[in-house]
Ligand binder design. Structure first.
Ligand code: USQ
Length: 388
């Protein structure tokens, strides 16, 4: 398969690039290093220094004999994307190229504007590059479970049948995200659905929950091929943060009551899901939406698990309920349908104690690199008065 990975320098993008290249697929990665810039600007650098993307590709080739083509540019440069699309003719384009941090998107006007401009422009330019230059290309788009929010009814898989005044219709499931970042993903889905139904684009939109982990089959090939592992309040997802906090002796930062429930998945299962989606493309004019997670946990569940495993390893883990910087429900109904990916063959790797212990073992040698000032939340949704 010829596969283009937009956002190839990211936590998921780089792992995905290695995954497909190692399996003999022809991979082209694109990135503009936006995450690295935001990380520098907000003092939120990853735990280890990851070489730049072209250097990682060269290192990967030296150790595996598999080439990953690397292109560094901003997807806002649509003519460049169009040219590359025409030349590379991908069977599949995996779209991760978005500003992925909810807290960053809520910081102030400038960050909100950047998130909106970057995410929607990238999606729109990709759509047009495919329409104009590689119309058979299947777009695999990373959406988020956060698009749905936490409604008081079951969350279906992307679509819902509505009966209204005796008539029926199928619609996109109602979405109500709780950050601007998550809202850009809602808008992406609307854009994609518009172009799917209007021009016959082929799209899989994956509603992914928070990912955890740092090991894949390829990350151990060389220490510099690891993923960019974030534990800061800007880019770090909650499990990765809790593991680092446990090691640094910082009480685990449960936001508010800790009853917030989300669907989680291991990094290796993200790769499995992307591969299943990519190797099973949809027909032209089809938008497939899949809920991408393997297990549901509340934040309290996660804190208990990390504490239990950390304590057993001699870490003395404390748990703290701190003021929730976000505006979200801390106790809520959460029942999510999940059929598409299991039907394609997903075999989940659950979050066992061994999995958490392995994460701790891998991070312990980097203990001295942890910067405590990056851990506590530095962005609050609440510092703006609610008018409605
Ligand atoms: N949380 C804590 N303590 C922390 C960090 C987070 O209690 O120290 C809570 C949050 O309030 C939230 C939950 O844990 O209720 C998950 O937070 P998160 O930071 O792990 O995830 P989130 O900001 O929602 O975003 C992450 C990814 C994003 C992806 C999303 C899936 O960064 O790209 O889209 O997970 S989901 O959460 O299902 O929307």
């Amino acid at each position: 398969m010829r596969i283009m990975i937009l956002g190839g320098d990211g936590y998921l993008g780089w792992a995905t690039a290695m995954h497909f290249a190692a399996r003999g697929d022809e991979v082209c990665v694109i990135d503009n290093y936006l995450r690295r810039k935001i990380a520098r600007d907000t003092d939120s650098e990853a735990l280890s220094d990851n070489p730049l993307l072209d250097a990682r590709c060269a290192l990967f080739a030296a150790h595996t004999n598999r080439r990953i083509r690397c292109e560094i540019f901003d997807l806002a440069e649509h003519d460049r994307l169009f040219r590359l699309m025409e030349e590379f003719q991908p069977d599949c384009a995996v779209h991760y190229a978005e500003q992925p941090s909810a807290p960053y998107s809520m910081k102030s006007f400038a960050e909100a504007k950047l998130t909106l401009d970057n995410n929607l422009t990238a999606t729109h330019n990709l759509i047009w590059a495919v329409l104009e230059k590689a119309p058979d290309c299947h777009i695999v788009k990373l959406g988020t479970m956060g698009e749905y929010g936490t409604p008081n009814i079951d969350i279906e898989e992307g679509w819902i049948d509505i009966e209204h005044k005796g008539r029926r219709e199928k619609f996109l499931y109602p979405r109500q995200a709780s950050s601007l970042y998550h809202t850009t993903k809602v808008l992406d889905t609307d854009l994609l659905w518009f172009y799917v139904r209007t021009y016959g684009l082929r799209v899989t939109d994956l509603m992914q929950g928070p990912v955890y982990g740092l090991a894949t089959a390829e990350t151990d090939i060389h220490p510099d091929l690891g993923v960019n592992f974030h534990y800061d309040d800007i880019f770090g997802t909650v499990v990765n943060r809790f593991i680092v906090q446990a090691i640094a002796g910082i009480p685990l930062t449960v936001y508010g009551k800790g009853g917030q429930t989300r669907g989680y998945l291991n990094l290796t299962d993200t790769l499995q899901c992307i591969e299943l989606a990519a190797r099973n493309p949809v027909k032209p004019g089809e938008l497939r939406i899949a809920n991408q997670f393997t297990e549901l946990f509340s934040v309290n569940d996660l804190a208990d698990r990390v504490k239990r495993v950390g304590d057993a390893m001699g870490l003395k883990v404390a748990v703290d309920h701190i003021d929730n910087p976000r505006r979200e429900m801390e106790e809520h109904y959460y029942n999510v349908v999940r059929r598409e990916l299991p039907a394609l063959g997903l075999e989940p790797h659950p979050m066992t104690d061994e999995v958490l212990a392995d994460m701790i073992q891998r991070i312990l040698p980097l203990r001295d690199r942890i910067v405590p000032a990056r851990v506590l939340p530095r962005v609050a949704w609440k510092n703006r008065k609610r008018t409605g």
